[in-house]
Design a binder for this molecule. Structure first.
Ligand code: XIL
Length: 343
């Protein structure tokens, strides 16, 4: 009996020791490490939930706070899933980043079909922003106020219903409205494609400087970085250096790394693809550490957690392995490579 007890006790201590020895990437980054999450998976899948709680200290709401989800009818808001992510994050002492208040591709159908004057349109967008930001006041630390303001490849304003009704300067108004609703929230302009286009990068910088001059409450720039293994290191470094010159916080906000260069639906994730992907990931982390001043590092956020959660598979109908955790939520070798490089 006594021996059994001793075995049990020593087993218990070895377990505790082994657990306390596990090292996490977030302990070595020196800046917040985040992931976007799906509220339904978070509720249903304990493995996902536990992993998220252990590995990340910042969470982004991937889809639940987009207008079509959170504001599905003109007089109807649905905060259930957003609330559930927020509760989970706060319980685990994580930072929460809200994505996104105004996005051409996240508009609710009722809003796309809304008929009204310029004034009515302003009220619609203002109410939307202020209701959502107000609901999470003091809980959500930062917001992607406007997402993808510019067109795909250059410095021209994307045309869509809000831009048509409110004019090109709609973004400045959105920032002011969000700031009124929660003066303590950090407000971010999130954009993609700067790794491909110099004109677009310069557009973002032009807007940031213009907003600063005009006193628009802009705190940070989000650079999505949905990267491909053949994106050039030079451009990645250049984007981070140039954006940092604005003095604003820089958030790598939607990081993933596509290895599928032929859009194949049955791609094999070969050792050589894994190696190139790893090199590129190491470069991104290294460049972020080197080129973004410490006080401007808002963090690096991955676009979801395990390879099976990636948006790239359903969206582009291709096979992809873009994240740091595999199908079963085990750490991939790339995770450990980044960890070693940070130590
Ligand atoms: C994507 C989500 O990941 C998908 O689940 C959804 O079907 C479409 O939107 N840039 C953005 C994100 O800013 O909001 C997008 O998220 C991915 C591209």
């Amino acid at each position: 009996m006594r021996i059994k007890l001793l075995v049990l006790i020593s087993f218990f201590f070895t377990e505790v020791q082994a657990q306390s020895k596990t090292e996490y990437l977030k302990q070595f980054t020196g800046f917040p490490l985040g992931a976007s999450v799906d509220g339904e998976v978070l509720l249903k899948n304990k493995v996902y939930r536990d992993l998220v709680a252990k590995e990340f200290n910042s969470l982004t709401t991937e889809n639940h706070l987009k207008m079509y989800r959170v504001h599905p009818g003109q007089n109807r808001y649905d905060f259930a899933m957003g609330d559930s992510i927020v509760t989970f994050a706060l319980r685990n002492k994580m930072r929460i980043h809200g994505h996104t208040l105004v996005w051409f591709d996240g508009m609710a159908d009722w809003a796309k079909n809304f008929q009204g004057t310029k004034q009515d349109w302003e009220s619609l967008i203002k109410n939307h922003i202020q209701t959502v930001v107000g609901h999470y006041k003091g809980k959500i630390t930062s917001w992607d106020v406007v997402n993808e303001y510019l067109t795909q490849n250059d410095d021209s304003v994307r045309k869509f219903i809000v831009q048509e009704k409110l004019g090109d300067d709609y973004m400045a108004k959105c920032f002011r409205w969000a700031h009124e609703a929660d003066p303590n929230a950090l407000l971010i302009y999130n954009e993609y494609g700067m790794e491909w286009s110099e004109s677009k990068l310069q557009g973002v910088i032009r807007i940031a400087n213009d907003f600063k001059k005009r006193g628009i409450p802009l705190d940070g720039l989000g650079v999505q970085f949905h990267l491909k293994i053949f994106n050039s290191n030079e451009r990645i470094a250049h984007v981070l250096k140039e954006l940092s010159k604005t003095g604003l916080k820089i958030h790598i906000s939607e990081l993933d790394m596509m290895v599928n260069t032929t859009n194949s639906a049955t791609l094999v994730y070969t050792d050589s693809l894994k190696k190139v992907q790893q090199e590129k990931y190491l470069f991104v982390f290294d460049a972020y550490r080197k080129y973004v001043p410490d006080n401007q590092k808002y963090g690096i956020t991955f676009w979801n957690v395990g390879d099976k959660d990636t948006w790239l598979r359903p969206t582009y109908k291709i096979m992809e392995y873009p994240l740091l955790f595999d199908e079963d939520y085990n750490r991939k070798p790339v995770y450990n490579a980044i960890l070693q490089s940070l130590k």
